[in-house]
Design a protein around this ligand. Structure first.
Ligand SMILES: [Zn+2]
Length: 468
């Protein structure tokens, strides 16, 4: 199975219709979530359910308890999915009370069956306990993706969104809904498009991203596999990662000290200002929720008015933070792929971030959040799994690369340049750390090999490169 996205070519009236229909889908979503929420509430209050829970807590009568619980779920129809509600309308009472018969004839056909995902998740994760958060209702503009029903499903035989392979159009309509046809922009040279067109299409969806419209084709074939990465060399790449930069030494003698996240625009100031704006706007709209000294009231249930100004600032903040996170990821990935060209085995110290953060001052701690060395390590591990590379992550306690001299002597100063009181060696601390990492075998530094090879590496270690 794979999903293929195709850009749609639309005129203004058609895209307006899509927007309106998506909003209708949002309303239906909320309707169903609300109804399911109500039912779970009724179920949780029912005697059967509470008896079941009491029996379960007894320990021995777990089976009987579970039976009661499932009986209660059945009675209030909490476990049934959205599609069941759509097709059979569960019970008549529900259909009547929500005027769903009317909706069914006119607009329900717009939507397939993939809604209520977030509701189901809530039901499973928290077992429907309202104290642990509520299912999320969609706000205006929140619904951006609509899927048609599964092609194989017998219950939902009336497919609402279809793809016509002959003329490359997506048709959205049927079941009493006007049909609109949407032209896809098909690139005949694109391999993925050709694969999608040649396979059975199980499901079709429409999505909106950044004011552009796309069709999604869910195909019944395996995706094209990109050529596997084959390392050019069998070198060991040892690195020592700091808060702001990374020192790299390879087993063929290449030595680098590079800044992490080169070229990242720091939006921390902007984010700070926005955070303050959000807090101020919240305070302005809810003076009743604050004490005289400016703290939020405790011990009583508070209701918050969310003004449009507040919500727009919140949206801005979220967008900016997300953007920065994505740039960070891209820059880290960039560096990792470059490092994969240097060799195929990575040596590095396991970092315990909690103890690490203890020894830092305020600026350094801020930088750690900004440059996110932890994200770098997790991305590296992901790539190692993906491309079948080798990895040796050794313990900081047993090796102590940053404290140990190449001669084997340990001493505990934290200057940038490491000067050994015994042998008189003077070298950049991070570079030395990375160099020692090369010679780690089974969680211990092999000092004999480190010493023997030092002459070969000496010149490059002292004149390391600061650019790739
Ligand atoms: Zn020494």
């Amino acid at each position: 199975m794979f999903a293929h996205k195709i850009r749609l070519k639309l005129d203004k009236p058609t895209s307006d219709i899509i927007d309106k229909r998506m909003n209708v889908c949002r309303l239906i979503d909320n309707l169903f979530i609300g109804e399911m929420f109500r039912r779970v509430g009724l179920r949780n209050q029912s005697k059967t359910w509470q008896n079941g829970i009491a029996l379960k807590h007894l320990g021995r009568k777990k089976k009987e308890g579970n039976l009661l619980l499932s009986e209660a779920s059945k009675k209030y129809a909490c476990n049934i999915g959205y599609s069941y509600l759509l097709n059979g309308f569960g019970n008549k009472e529900f259909a009547h009370s929500w005027h769903l018969q009317h909706i069914a004839k006119t607009i329900v056909g717009l939507r397939g069956q993939n809604i209520v995902g977030n509701f189901k998740k809530w039901l499973i994760d928290h077992k429907g306990n309202p104290k642990k958060g509520k299912p999320r209702f969609n706000r205006f503009g929140d619904c951006r993706t609509v899927y048609g029903s599964l092609a194989t499903s017998k219950k939902t035989s009336g497919k609402i969104i279809l793809f016509n392979k002959d003329n490359g159009q997506i048709i959205w309509g049927g079941r009493g809904v006007d049909k609109i046809s949407l032209d896809c922009i098909i690139d005949p040279g694109d391999k993925n498009t050709q694969l999608a067109l040649n396979s059975t299409i199980k499901r079709v969806g429409i999505t909106k991203e950044n004011n552009k419209y796309y069709g999604i084709l869910i195909c019944d074939t395996d995706p094209l596999v990109k050529g596997k990465y084959s390392p050019k060399t069998n070198n060991i790449v040892s690195f020592d990662i700091g808060i702001k930069d990374i020192a790299i030494v390879t087993s063929d003698g290449k030595t680098y000290k590079l800044p992490l996240l080169e070229g990242l625009k720091d939006s921390a100031r902007e984010l700070n200002i926005l955070a303050r704006t959000i807090e101020r706007r919240r305070r302005m709209a809810n003076p009743q929720n604050y004490n005289e000294n400016g703290t939020i009231k405790r011990g009583i249930r508070l209701t918050w008015n969310k003004t449009n100004n507040y919500l727009s600032a919140l949206k801005k903040y979220k967008n900016l933070a997300y953007k920065q996170q994505q740039t960070r990821k891209n820059l880290h990935n960039n560096l990792i792929h470059w490092m994969m060209g240097l060799g195929n085995t990575f040596h590095f110290e396991k970092i315990d971030y909690r103890t690490w953060a203890k020894g830092l001052n305020k600026t350094q701690r801020r930088n750690m959040g900004l440059f996110s060395p932890g994200l770098f390590i997790s991305l590296l591990k992901y790539n190692v799994l993906k491309y079948g590379l080798k990895i040796d992550e050794f313990s900081t306690y047993s090796t102590a690369c940053s404290k140990t001299c190449i001669c084997g002597e340990k001493h505990n100063k934290k200057d940038d340049i490491y000067i050994c009181p015994v042998c008189g060696l003077a070298i950049d601390r991070d570079i030395k750390s990375a160099y020692l990492g090369l010679w780690v075998e089974e969680d211990k530094i092999n000092h004999q090999r480190a010493k023997d090879n030092y002459d070969k590496f000496k010149e490059r270690l002292n004149n390391f490169r600061t650019e790739r």
